[in-house]
Design a protein around this ligand. Structure first.
Ligand code: PHB
Length: 393
């Protein structure tokens, strides 16, 4: 028993990109169906990064997705770069008059799902897309399997691949699952969650001779911390005391320790798909690009993509013109490549590769000194970290 559905915009993936796009389209009177192979619980429980740019917070609040971000999120007016035993504050408020919010991605997802269901949106969980057909026609289709295990066919005017770094839509748009510009890094982050109060008021990015460490937060009682590690590290291979010892050494001590209740290894990749559009199929978010986590850009870049694409779709439905849809790839890529550069730059400035020479090490510290000791250097970092103005059509 196959089930069929018809919508204006079929969206594959109920992550931040897919749900936000569906929400923005709804506000413009455009119908969409979102499908995702995961359950609602799995989506709401997966722990991911936690930093929202100023513009992302403005959009969540002004588009009536979340007031909770302001009440329960924490505004951060700066970060600390720590190296050679000294902390250097990047004062966002003073440098650019902007801030970021610490509000974990799964909280954003809970808000987005609640908003979609409140507004009568159609989100089909546990429904897996396997293929996009007829992307070059004006009635593309998503073929997959519904929650009941039966064949599912959704016919739409447009299909959007918001299906993350393992995207199936990427194959339709670029011709292969991996079609794009790609860079892998010879290190990763070992991330932990610990039950403890915050060790510092703001995030600490620390470059030490023993490797990089990031001290981040999740709430008043749960903290997120990362250690630079080998990409092949088995998260179970380090004991709690070994992890605390490594973290304390890399930040120069002072961390409040607690029980560690989650460990994972994050690979570092930079990726930009060769194409973001084929006919009536488009890529957004991680399906279109991946950044290493150092710049905290992943979710924010996804939101920037969908704000742009929702405007282009809205203009198509209002005027029949594809001009803005045609312009979407170039406009989106402008921000994507700036964010790629920033994420790569923060990553290479703060991490030593395993084969780094003494020259490489000293050059990195030269760079850290130039950035932190000059207002222009700090301002560039603050502008990029808090987020460039969001583009719209
Ligand atoms: C996090 O809290 O998970 C986090 C924060 C800042 C980053 C990356 C990850 O740059």
């Amino acid at each position: 028993m196959a089930s069929t559905a018809r919508t204006q915009v079929a969206i594959i993936g109920a992550g931040p990109a897919g749900l936000m796009l569906s929400h923005l389209l709804h506000r413009a009177g455009i119908h969409s169906i979102v499908i995702d192979g995961r359950s609602r619980d799995a989506i709401e429980q997966t722990i991911r990064a936690g930093i929202l740019e100023n513009g992302t917070v403005d959009l969540l609040t002004s588009a009536d997705v979340s007031q909770r971000v302001l009440a329960e999120g924490h505004r951060h007016d700066g970060i600390e770069l720590r190296f050679e035993g000294t902390g250097h504050r990047i004062d966002f408020a003073d440098l650019v008059g902007r801030a970021v919010w610490l509000y974990p991605q799964h909280e954003v997802l809970k808000d987005l799902i609640a908003a979609r269901l409140r507004d009568g949106g159609e989100v089909r969980f546990e429904s897996t897309a396997t293929e996009i057909m007829d992307a070059d026609s004006d009635a593309p289709r998503v073929i997959g399997t519904g929650a009941d295990g039966h064949l599912l066919k959704i016919t739409a005017d447009f299909v959007i691949g918001a299906d993350g770094s393992q995207s199936i839509a990427r194959e339709t748009v670029t011709g292969s699952r991996t079609g794009g510009h790609f860079r892998e890094y010879p290190f990763a982050w070992f991330g932990i969650l610990t039950e403890a109060p915050p060790s510092a008021p703001e995030l600490i990015y620390s470059a030490s001779p023993h490797g990089f460490a990031l001290i981040s937060q999740r709430s008043d009682t749960v903290q997120r911390m990362y250690l630079q590690c080998d990409p092949e590290l088995d998260p179970a291979s380090m004991s709690d005391p070994e992890i605390w010892d490594a973290l304390q050494t890399r930040v120069g001590g002072g961390l409040i320790e607690g029980p560690i209740f989650q460990r994972d290894v994050l690979r570092f990749r930079s990726f930009v798909a060769h194409r973001l559009r084929r006919g009536r199929a488009f890529l957004v978010g991680d399906a279109a690009h991946t950044v290493p986590p150092t710049g905290a850009k992943g979710l924010n870049l996804a939101v920037a993509d969908v704000l742009l694409l929702s405007g282009a779709l809205q203009s198509f439905y209002e005027t029949g013109s594809e001009a803005h849809l045609d312009a979407y790839p170039e406009r989106a890529l402008d921000r994507i490549w700036r964010a790629q550069h920033f994420s790569w730059w923060m990553t290479s400035m703060l991490h030593a590769a395993p084969d780094a020479t003494e020259f490489d090490l000293q050059r990195r510290f030269g760079e850290l000194h130039s950035v932190t000791s000059s207002r222009a250097g700090r301002t560039y970092l603050a502008e990029a970290y808090t987020g460039w103005p969001l583009a719209t059509f």
